[in-house]
Design a protein around this ligand. Sequence first.
Ligand code: N9Y
Ligand code: NI
Length: 188
Amino acid sequence: MFLMKDIVRDGDPVLRKQAQKVQFPLSDEDKQLAHDLMEYLEVSQNPELCEKYQLRAGVGLAAPQVGVSKMMASVLVPNEDEDESDKPLFKDVIINPVIISNSVQRGALTEGEGCLSVDKDIPGYVPRAARITLRYTDVDGKQHQIRLKNYPAIVCQHEIDHLHGVLFYDHINQDNPFAKTDDEIFIY
Ligand SMILES: O=CN(O)C[C@@H](CC1CCCC1)C(=O)N1NCCC[C@H]1C(=O)Nc1ccccn1
Ligand code: NI
């Protein structure tokens, strides 16, 4: 199981590398990595376990963040409203993901973004596509092509950035971190 000590921090070159495509069929090592990447999110989103293991709760975790330069990331976006079935908005390990289309409309999290690999808070809007069409392969080798919008779309873009050596603050407007072009929508 990954702990905070296993998470690589900004400054380590692995976070700025282009990750390698994952070969199928998955090796046992890659299957274990996929499992561990998702397990981190599940454990971190459980209040008791998060506390017990002193984790920072996360909704995504990319392989380079645990020092493995491979194109694989876990995404677990919980369904915030309690009453709804606690079926997550999006849950999968995305392997060799490719964003095949981006909406012209852009969006950003109103509170900006953070990263488990970046210890300091860096304020500012991180403009991203409001909607994307994502193509990826899952651990079983099944190909998916899905459309995502709002928070799940933001999370997947953040993770896919990691696979290309991009960190969230690379997108923040240096002159005016909270610059807002009029067509931008903002998501919670
Ligand atoms: O690459 C992946 N990362 O760096 C983990 C990041 C990924 C998200 C940041 C913005 C979009 C994707 C992450 O999850 N966070 N960033 C730092 C601390 C907070 C934490 C977070 O947002 N936690 C959370 C949110 C809702 C519900 C439960 N937990
Ligand atoms: Ni991150």
